[in-house]
Design a protein around this ligand. Structure first.
Ligand SMILES: [Zn+2]
Length: 186
């Protein structure tokens, strides 16, 4: 049976899922964990950014890992899209349309469930020209991938609160304290 799932086709949502998936190789506090293996064991793809998609196993897990390895080697570099391995995986993981009597259409991967969903999101992100917005957190102890949705594309940390430098965090807290005072009457 084909799996369909109702994930947004908005590029920014796709980019967030893609970043979550790429982080499954183990970043920050999870530095020595591979969440792909853990999702396979737990039978749950939620931690990979794809709740509801069957947990990866067998060839699907291998292909998902291959996609992840390729993309992690090409952060900030569209040259990764010219890697023959990437397009070979994409050709091996096609999608079909299914039109329903309710007048709606759904897309479903033919096989390779998780890997196919990841490649669909990559296609959405790349189609919007947003691959360069997937960045590595500037905190060396973190290294989480994140999606920079800012217009100027100047975001440096996956989380300002967690990974921004101390001076910025302190300034941030001062601003918040001031804001709290300002709205205290409500
Ligand atoms: Zn970070």
């Amino acid at each position: 049976m084909m799996q369909t799932a109702d994930f947004s086709a908005v590029p920014s949502d796709a980019a967030e899922r893609l970043a979550t998936f790429l982080n499954s190789h183990g970043v920050g506090f999870d530095a020595r964990r591979d969440l792909l293996d853990e999702a396979a064991q737990a039978g749950d793809s939620s931690a990979l950014g794809y709740p509801g998609v069957p947990a990866p196993s067998g060839a699907d897990k291998d292909e998902a890992r291959a996609v992840r390895t390729l993309l992690l080697g090409g952060i900030g570099d569209v040259g990764v899209f010219e890697r023959p391995e990437l397009n070979a995986l994409a050709a091996a993981l096609p999608w079909v349309y299914r039109f329903g009597a309710d007048g709606r259409a759904a897309q479903a991967p033919v096989r390779g469930v998780l890997a196919a969903w990841v490649l669909r999101d990559l296609a959405l992100v790349a189609g919007a020209g947003h691959w360069g917005r997937i960045k590595v957190c500037a905190n060396d102890a973190c290294n989480a991938l994140f999606y920079d949705a800012t217009r100027a594309q100047t975001k440096r940390w996956h989380s300002f609160e967690l990974c921004g430098n101390k001076a910025n965090v302190a300034a941030h807290r001062r601003r918040h304290a001031a804001d709290d005072k300002g709205v205290g009457g409500g």
